[in-house]
Design a protein around this ligand. Sequence first.
Ligand code: AMP
Ligand code: MG
Length: 401
Amino acid sequence: MEPLPTPAAAEALIRRQVRPLPVESRPLASLAGAVLAQSVRAERDQPPFDRVTMDGIAIQREAWRAGQRRFRIAGTQAAGQPPRMLPPGDCLEVMTGAVLPPGSDCVIPVEQIEVADGWAEVDPAAPAEPFGNVHTRGLDCREGDLLLARGTRLGGPELAVLASAGLPRAEVRAEPRIVIVATGDELVAPGEPIEAWQVRSSNSHALRGALALRGYGRAAEDHLPDDPGVLRERLARHLATHDVLVLSGGVSMGRFDHVPRTLRELGVREVLHRVAQRPGKPLWFGIGPEGQTVFGLPGNPVSSLVCLVRYVVPALEAAAGLAARLAEPVALGAPFRVKPALWYFLPVQLDSSPTLGTVAQPKPTRGSGDFVSLLGTDGFVELPPGPADYPAGHFAPLYRW
Ligand code: AMP
Ligand code: MG
């Protein structure tokens, strides 16, 4: 039998297969978290004019150098006003954000002047440097400079740059239409009466939460029984109306695990089934007839959440045109023994150590059904296959929930 792919190989395989999302134009106010599908250049020099950075007076350094310390206040230059000329030998009162009045080349802050009867007396110790307290035109960027490239995720700084480039809208990747599908006859929704032998449906909520925290806040949801006929009919509908299907359960070797066969029958091409990892070994991934991304996550709650973070999120990022990022390495805060000959996803709690900085304290669960033990953890680290002993201080990539 061929060896199963490693998590890194599985991720790479998935990234290569996902179809890019369509591009759409959206208004600036709706772009937080979106991924740019266009480049953005500077509309003007930044700053666009010699900009005063302190409230004070604008003077000519020539006069200062000649020994002048008292200046007649000829008027005011406020932010947003067109430039006014500085009469030679005088000063103009200036405000932060104003244009430096033509004819002046230095701003003395209010803290260093005394004003009386329309005259400003400057502290002789004031530095009065050339273009002191002035942010000169074009210092930050020049008109036409490339500021944002395609494939940039828009957060605060990027949105400020978009707005300053004068763009009321931008081309971004459309939000994927995601549906989360729980499968299993035993599952009962919160709020419904439950028998002792039944199980609360929790995966969809964990998956929805992890997606929402990453900006994918609009996933649809369904619950399907372990019935091949119903699965087939409902999955066909979901394939017709969604870009991404995230199923949980029904992908293992049990007699009622109908998901992989049903998906194949619906024309979903199997790309991956099983990864050399624990938990989450039965992971299934395929591509639908129209390029839909289809994940069959193992039903055990720890497995499904780990697989969402490790594979579904990178797939969504790839579909949006984001480049792959390396997971941040973090040091183990205590030794840990990996027994199985499989890559191991170990839940951890982040903690700070005086010598190692941030460390990951191992918080193993009692198996992949024990989601209660995930409480208080921040994510998981990925350790290479065992049997092996990893000492405290061993660095491993961290994936946050
Ligand atoms: P499966 O992958 O369908 O064999 O399910 C493995 C285990 O996970 C079983 O104990 C299921 O009851 C449990 N399970 C499956 N789906 C869910 C879910 N949506 N919420 C909570 N537990 C689940
Ligand atoms: Mg099941």
